[in-house]
Design a protein around this ligand. Structure first.
Ligand SMILES: NC(=O)c1ccc[n+]([C@@H]2O[C@H](COP(=O)([O-])OP(=O)(O)OC[C@H]3O[C@@H](n4cnc5c(N)ncnc54)[C@H](OP(=O)(O)O)[C@@H]3O)[C@@H](O)[C@H]2O)c1
Length: 330
């Protein structure tokens, strides 16, 4: 049966997203599963794919969408049966495989994670790849530092998808969170999510000329990379740690070795895309249980759109720095 999907087409060198109602898949290959998507979400990578970024998507027409949750409707794998509720994030979904901004996806069976009891499909896509990434960062900090309660933890890019969920989760775990954000007008919002303090990125830029500064944070969750990360490392306490997952401010890291050899600071890399699905399942399980996010706070960081609004939202994503998360209801 044909279904609705976002389709990005190349027209004389420019890229345009539109809704089509005649998308179809060919028959399932061995080991593939077809899923009726209930919710997806919008991520920066989807906007890059929709804008023709060849580092994300090589061939068009293409349907973006790196996140999906829904029900299995056909399966050529012994591991999954029609009716199973599943989450798919990352791997090649929405990059060079047709993605979750559609009523159906068809993917290899080993990309699927069972939706855990206690997590609704809607909550899974309030989190999406951004939430999974924030969760993996927090997990790495816990493995390194133990209990995070009482620790002073900075979150950079705090108003973004990863950052806003990290603020809520870290607050729930008892940390004293400093939200570092370029959006001064969003400080009240960040405080409502649980930030004890808010600061502008200029605070980190002040450290640029110094080899090290007085420790200000026990740990940090960095979504920016580049210069902000290099400066942040100078302000971490002895034996502290920084979980690094993003590149919003740049890919280069020009740091001295001082934070590492004078204070024993650990830099912890985080990938949420290609890791084994068992690892993804562990984090989803935690969001369904001990990490279940406060409903008022998660509602505050969330907006929801329908599929028809996605083309406009994708275009907006690259020009306006979005606040929180955008869930897509199929
Ligand atoms: N490692 C992984 O597997 C993985 C997975 C998901 C995402 N990521 C990466 O993590 C980062 C955050 O993802 P996201 O989904 O949270 O993105 P997002 O929603 O677009 O948020 C990024 C935030 O960073 C800040 N920012 C944006 N551009 C900036 C710039 N040029 N200089 C300084 N700050 C800037 C803004 O926050 P403020 O205005 O509050 O400062 C923005 O809201 C991205 O780089 C993304 O590619 C990595």
């Amino acid at each position: 049966m044909p279904f609705k999907a976002v389709e990005v087409r190349e027209e004389q060198g420019s890229y345009r997203a539109a809704i089509i109602d005649h998308a179809e898949f060919s028959d399932l290959a061995d080991g593939e599963v077809r899923i009726a998507v209930e919710y997806s979400s919008l991520n920066y990578k989807d906007a890059l794919s929709a804008a023709g970024n060849k580092g994300v998507t090589r061939n068009y027409p293409h349907t973006p969408g790196i996140d999906a949750v829904g029900r299995v409707i056909a399966s050529a794998s012994a591991d999954w049966a029609p009716g199973d509720q599943v989450i798919v994030t990352g791997y090649d979904l929405g990059m060079n495989t047709r993605g979750g901004l559609a009523e159906q996806i068809q993917v290899p069976a080993d990309w699927l994670v069972a939706l855990p009891d206690g997590l609704s499909p809607a909550d899974a896509m309030m989190l999406g790849t951004a939430g999974l990434t924030a969760g993996l960062c927090v997990d790495k900090l816990q493995r390194q530092l133990g209990d995070l309660s009482g620790l002073r933890i900075a979150v950079t890019g705090a108003s973004g998808g990863v950052g806003s969920i990290a603020v809520v989760l870290l607050k729930q775990l008892g940390a004293e969170v400093t939200a570092i954000s370029g959006k001064a007008e969003q400080y009240a919002f960040l405080q409502s999510l649980g930030a004890s303090h808010c600061a502008a990125p200029a605070m980190l830029a002040e450290f640029a000329s110094k080899p090290m500064v007085k420790p200000q944070f026990d740990a940090a969750l960095d979504t920016l990379g580049g210069e902000p990360l290099a400066n942040l490392l100078k302000a971490i306490s002895p034996d502290g740690a920084v979980a690094c997952c993003g590149l919003a401010a740049g890919v280069a890291l020009n740091s001295s070795v001082f934070p590492f050899i004078l204070r024993g600071v650990c830099l912890l890399g985080v990938d949420s895309v290609e890791i084994p699905r068992e690892r993804k399942a562990e984090i989803w399980q935690r969001f369904a249980g001990p990490w279940q996010l406060d409903s008022e706070r998660s509602a505050a960081l969330l907006s929801e759109v329908g599929l028809n609004e996605v083309p406009e939202q994708l275009a907006r994503f690259l020009s306006v720095s979005v606040c929180g998360r955008i869930r897509v209801k199929l």
